[in-house]
Ligand binder design. Sequence first.
Ligand code: OVM
Length: 405
Amino acid sequence: MTGVAAVSATGAVPVSDADPFSAAFFENPHPIHDELREAGPVVRLSRYGVLAVARHEQVHAVLNDWRTFSSARGAGLADFAKEKPWRLPSLVLETDPPLHDRTRRVLDRVLSPAAIRRLRTEFARAADALIEELLERGSFDAIPDLAEAYPLSVFPDAVGMPRENRRYLLPYGNMVFNSFGPRNAFFEEAVKDAEPVIAWVQAQSQRAALAPEGFGAAIHAAADAGELTPEEAPLVVRSVLTAGVDTTVSGLGAALYCLARFPEQFARLRADPSLARAAFEEAVRYESPVQTFFRTTTRDTEIAGVPVGEGEKVLMFLGAANRDPRRWERPEEYDIGRANAGHVGFGSGIHGCVGQVLARLEGEVVLGALARKAAGIEITGPARRRYNNTLRGLASLPVRLHRAA
Ligand code: OVM
């Protein structure tokens, strides 16, 4: 069992020996989240020698102070000032202004609400078709057959990728999201057969691999306009390929798992399919598909009055913040009518998810199709959790889909 020393003898920072990168934690993080929030506004995790924040107020504050809480030394446990990054650092995730702002500006435009709006008709058609097919089958596994199948059916086309080996996006995401944690067994397993997948992603990021319409070509066009160098463009495409699929797979899986476990919420959604967007958003708050990111302090500072030195890694528990009872009423209830603005499931501040408009579109059209066509989602077998150092989600969710009368 883990224990939190309420106040250590040496200072004001409580110490916890909890391991947030372990199978037991992935199975049920909530008791430890509660413990860490209760221990204080900032806690030291003795196993990893890092500080951690789990309350909404402090997670939000750290996310919104990039000058003090830098991303340039890595958004994972590894401190790029002390160890070689696992891969070439991301030009957007693992940077601070001004470099961050230059690449982010391009992504903001490529993934803007106006750009995503043009995809709506096709994304909705694909969601309707997939839900129809699954209603015909009746019984299926909601993770591979829906949560993975849907993003893989629409996202690579939106990027402009060729058809071959699109499924490589899943093991690639799995590697990168594991790489933000410690070099544990989950990481080692994920990178075991990495070479062909990494080579494939690199090849797909090149201009020649990308169809002329699509996010990929739009990023390369930004290099023509002088906004990026020709060497930077493939790395910015890589960010889209890294962060664009595995995250939405976890988000869709979370929404399906919520709607299956809370049938009264599914009934509400059926009664008013315009709640599809809200149902997806609430699933992002409730399950927090991206559980954690790190920052590194650039100077001596304080968190809620507690002194913090320069060069400290700070782990932000987004999932704990999204269920902080200081911030949310009945945080452990999945409630599609809740006012959930302010959740940090997509982050906050300058690094806030640049693909969130796209993610919400995917969530909305899939849940909208279910709301109009299905009477309910019945769980028919054990839900099996997927273990990943950053992403929270399922590996398997056997279900039966009942067609609406
Ligand atoms: C990137 C990147 C990778 C993973 C996640 C992410 C959630 C960004 O390569 O830029 O944001």
